[in-house]
Design a protein around this ligand. Sequence first.
Ligand SMILES: Nc1ncnc2c1ncn2[C@@H]1O[C@H](COP(=O)(O)OP(=O)(O)O)[C@@H](O)[C@H]1O
Ligand SMILES: [Mg+2]
Length: 328
Amino acid sequence: MLDRPRLEAALRTQGLASPDEEIVLEPLAGGVSCDVFRVALDSGDYCVKCALPKLRVEADWFASPRRAHVEAQWIDTAARIGVPAPALVFEDREANCFVMRFVADAPVWKAELMAGRVDPGFAEALGRVLGRMHAETAGDLAIASRFANADLFEDLRIAPFILYCADRHPAHADRLRAIADLTRQSAGALIHGDFSPKNILVTDEGPVILDAECATWGDPAFDAAFCLTHLLLKARARPDSATDLVAAARRFASGHAAVAGDDPAREARTVDLVSALLLARVDGKSPAEYLNEPARADVRAAALAMLDAPPASLDAQLAAWTITEETA
Ligand SMILES: Nc1ncnc2c1ncn2[C@@H]1O[C@H](COP(=O)(O)OP(=O)(O)O)[C@@H](O)[C@H]1O
Ligand SMILES: [Mg+2]
């Protein structure tokens, strides 16, 4: 939670605000798990982020506010490995708060997609950025110990998305729990953990990645599947753009594989995670807010069918989504 006097004092001590400069905090959209503010100062435009102890979603959902520190560490690491993210300005670790540069005039990708502006070239560039993060950190033991956040990942991703669905779908519970197990066992690189279009800014120079509070040493398949799931769900919500959204998903996947390298085992895990996460976005703790009831039923049926009979490849899974859409 934001401690305003403490933040103001820190901004002045750090020399970002002059002693008598007025500090105005403008709340930013988002804010399920954090207070996020824009602070325009004479020295520059900043963004302040403070972790909340309890997430603002319908189902009760707690997670350690230490994730502000995780995100600050991720931003620092991203800068070292050439992954585009806002520059870190300073961190107040005790207050679970950090300050980064504000990226101006950059819409979030989700808004672009929902407005029907789907750029497959951007999707491919984003896949490449994600591939870079995975390739640059694969097998790096220093990164593994810096991001030993499997506990946070369990609380914020495995439990609310996959295990919660397993409890609600007894016939598929074993299958979903096996997917969760394999995801836990396949940690091999730094993953972002919330690689969703709402956490990607669109700039003239390409994607800028935000909101890495779930970053962990984990399974790269999870990040790829998480983003692909969003694109597929948006294809259900926006039939006019469905073909473009599925094309974007395929370009994203090929961009990721081009940089992260082809890996049949990772691909098979990605396919299963896409199925599991599609189900999680209708029946998990964090459902996609933009699907109506028929679309939810359709996604649920498709996800369960793909858990029963996994598509032979990721490309087959993505391509089939368009066919289902056209014939629905
Ligand atoms: N550095 C930044 N520059 C520009 N906009 C930002 C920045 N950080 C966050 N935002 C905006 O604030 C929103 C919420 O931030 P985010 O880090 O995603 O927090 P949350 O964890 O609450 O989702 C983002 O979707 C984006 O619109
Ligand atoms: Mg966010």
